[in-house]
Design a protein around this ligand. Structure first.
Ligand code: C5P
Length: 283
């Protein structure tokens, strides 16, 4: 039997850091939304007690460094399972991009193996397990539009974000989330209006939402990689309603009500960066 799970990318419409906690993590307030750019994972039972990962991507490790491997290992350990599994990852989401590709693959693995091995775990139980692997994994278990707080484990489902076109632009470099959080200074932080953003999303007010998007990590990553500011400026010049870095970066997204604007941004940025995508928001 083969089980298939899709693992959608997310964007941060809002990301605020409130303070650094004693455990070293930051207390966050985020508004996240899934978009229709997804990896595809398949899970197949095997006789040998081993976790085997295959992928078409040259960027992914196939061993314990991969969060997919860690998810399978965690379930096997917790539930004393002796089954083997072959996991194939068809990678479409850019790696180390701020789009939660690795976390979404990890979440898809927890959902997929829950089905393959008939574990009967609830989404909440899967989210708790996922939180032991990475802060974005609990949100990725359910995806959609959500208000996410704590370290990433407290999730309040929101109505789907207003429908629009999203242009994703991933500059060449990769960014380490830990290192960006490490450089965040609470003396110079710019806090976005997360309450206002949440309200705009809840009221399905696209234009208000476009004025409220914001990310407290953006200026930290831009300092290191000024190209992010250049991408934002170009997006706005080509007619984006809003342009923002996602997560700790480096991917920048533009929001557009009209498809023709999204196409213009796509055309304008395609020569500037290699990885450019036009996607839709997910319901
Ligand atoms: O949880 P995860 O391993 O994905 O996080 C990567 C790094 O990002 C952490 O080691 C930490 O430095 C930083 N982080 C943080 N506060 C959070 C989430 C992540 O400081 N809420």
């Amino acid at each position: 039997m083969e089980i298939i799970e899709k693992a959608p990318a997310k964007i941060n419409l809002g990301l605020d850091a409130l303070y650094k906690r004693e455990d070293g993590y930051h207390e966050l307030e985020m508004v996240m939304a899934s978009v229709d750019l997804a990896d595809r994972l398949s899970f197949e039972a095997t006789k040998e007690n081993k976790i085997v990962i295959e992928t078409d991507s040259s960027f992914l490790p196939l061993d314990r460094r991969n969060h997919v491997y860690q998810a399978a290992e965690l379930l096997k350990r917790e539930y004393h399972l002796k089954q083997g599994v072959k996991i194939q990852i068809q990678k479409n989401i850019p790696v180390a991009a701020g789009l939660a590709g690795g976390s979404s693959d990890c979440a898809a693995t927890l959902r997929g193996l829950n089905r393959l091995w008939n574990l009967g775990l609830s989404l909440e139980e899967l989210a708790n397990l996922g939180g032991r692997i990475g802060s974005d994994v609990p949100y990725c278990i359910q995806g959609g539009t959500a208000f996410v707080t704590g370290r990433g484990e407290k999730i309040e489902t929101l109505p789907p974000m207003p429908q629009c076109w999203v242009v994703l632009v991933k500059p060449r470099m990769s960014v380490s989330t830990g290192s960006i959080f490490g450089s965040l200074s609470f003396n110079s932080i710019q806090h976005p209006d997360i309450e206002g953003l949440k309200d705009a999303v809840t009221r399905n007010d696209y234009h208000l939402m476009a004025t409220k998007v914001g990310n407290a990590l953006e200026s930290v990553t831009i300092k290191r990689h000024p190209v992010i500011q250049q991408i934002k400026d170009r997006m706005m010049k080509y007619g984006a309603d809003a342009a923002l870095m996602s997560g700790s970066g480096p991917t920048v997204f533009a929001l557009c009500e009209k498809k023709s604007r999204a196409q213009r941004i796509y055309n304008g940025l395609k020569g500037f960066c290699e990885e450019v995508y036009i996607v839709r928001t997910l319901k």
